[in-house]
Design a protein around this ligand. Structure first.
Ligand code: GLA
Length: 398
């Protein structure tokens, strides 16, 4: 899985001294997992409740303090990634250094709060997250950076505040208007559990994942060129439709707070009406899923909610594509699949399948084979475990 260099191999074996001995004798180290969006598509920035799952793969970050104000960032996973700068002059980067913006954004946010290191540092990253699968390596990079910088500065933050810092870094420094699903899930992940995030209140809790079930991801490797701008367009459409509804229903606080009845009393262009239907109904599906888990509902009924979510993404939110629809349809025909849906921003990317444990690698290969026969392209599949969230792994100071 992913690019495993020397550094990564030793970390995975918890062979920290071996991994870092050529680096320095004074270092600290953190880990943050990637995430799967389990249910609740495009609800986070609409004030809704979403379900995420932290996965058993992520980003590792080693921090080494420096005596001057130099800042060096390096990732074992990108060619030619080494970037050097100065603590006093942090600005957004582009081209091959654009990956550093996630880290520099976190640094800037910590600085604003007086929590950043006052001396320079080196950060070295490595990852076992499969690349470009939509598992939010960006949030994992932010969380791993935040945990390491806080160790270097000797300060601490609650998980809630850490999520706020990382989201601000992504919204303001990177320029991506995401909600808190990715950062919140990476921060609050728990083994064998989902993370439930009430986004408006920024409230987090864990919900047990039924033990007879597992999660698979099928990656189409399709990335729409305009994916960032399409995400921003949907974000804007949701804002616009909410403003129109609020004019007629001033008591509503955000789009996820609106009701289907509100739509019959508000004049809306067709595309905005469809976006609102998706968001309002998706919120109902998340609520039904959470209640269903608590009440031990039939897994097949709960799985249906995931499949309905995909249908709504495809028809109302219009962030699916032929390839994702094909995978969802094929997966849903398999008797061990409880439900399948696109996961994350959409417009390409990956499908997640919630399956009974008897779904095997061979079953996954059959799905991948059908995709290849139809589209002439090979795709990957991954089997993930629900895992613990971001953490400092260890701090050594000699
Ligand atoms: C991306 C964003 C999240 C969320 C999802 C869609 O993953 O980063 O904040 O909006 O899309 O649900």
């Amino acid at each position: 899985m992913g690019n495993r260099g020397f550094f990564l191999e030793n970390l995975k074996n918890q062979n920290y001294t071996e991994a870092f001995k050529q680096t320095s004798s004074n270092w600290c180290f953190s880990f943050a997992p990637g995430r799967i969006e389990f249910l609740g598509n495009h609800l986070d920035y609409n004030g809704g409740t979403v379900l995420g799952m932290a996965v058993n793969a992520g980003i590792y970050c080693l921090g080494v303090p420096q005596d001057d104000t130099s800042v060096s960032l390096f990732s074992e996973n990108f060619e030619d990634s080494a970037w050097d700068g100065d603590l006093q002059q942090i600005e957004p980067q582009n081209g091959k250094y654009s990956w550093t913006n996630y880290c520099l954004g976190v640094l800037v946010e910590l600085k604003k709060r007086g929590l950043a290191p006052t001396k320079g540092f080196r950060l070295i990253f490595t990852s076992d997250l499969p690349a470009s699968v939509g598992l939010s390596s960006s949030a994992a990079l932010e969380l791993a950076t935040a945990h390491t910088l806080l160790q270097l500065s000797g300060h601490s933050l609650s998980k809630e505040d850490m999520v706020k810092v990382c989201r601000r870094a992504e919204n303001d420094f990177v320029g991506m208007p995401c909600g808190i699903l990715d950062q919140g899930t990476s921060a609050f992940g728990k083994a064998d559990h989902l993370v439930c995030i009430e986004c408006e209140r920024e409230n987090y809790y864990n919900l047990p994942l039924p033990p007879t079930t597992e999660v698979w991801v099928f990656n189409t490797r399709i990335k729409h060129d305009l994916v960032d701008s399409l995400y921003s367009t949907r974000h804007q459409e949701c804002k616009d439709v909410f403003e129109s509804i609020k004019e007629i229903h001033p008591a509503r606080n955000f789009l996820c707070d609106c009701k289907m009845d509100d739509l019959s009393t508000t004049v809306l262009p067709e595309n905005l009406r469809k976006r609102a239907i998706h968001v309002i109904k998706e919120q109902e599906r998340v609520t039904s899923f959470c209640q269903g888990i608590e009440n031990d509902s039939h897994l097949s009924d709960l799985g249906q909610l995931l499949t309905q979510s995909h249908e709504s993404s495809s028809q109302n939110f219009e962030n699916s594509c032929e390839e994702l629809d094909f995978l969802v349809e094929k997966l849903n025909k398999h008797p061990s699949v409880l439900g399948a849906r696109l996961t994350g921003g959409g417009f390409g990317g990956a499908v997640m399948a919630w399956v009974k444990k008897n779904f095997t690698h061979l079953d996954a290969e059959v799905i991948q084979g059908a995709y290849q026969d139809h589209f002439g392209q090979k795709i990957d599949s991954f089997h993930f475990k629900a895992s613990d969230g971001a953490r400092k792994e260890c701090l050594l100071s000699k």
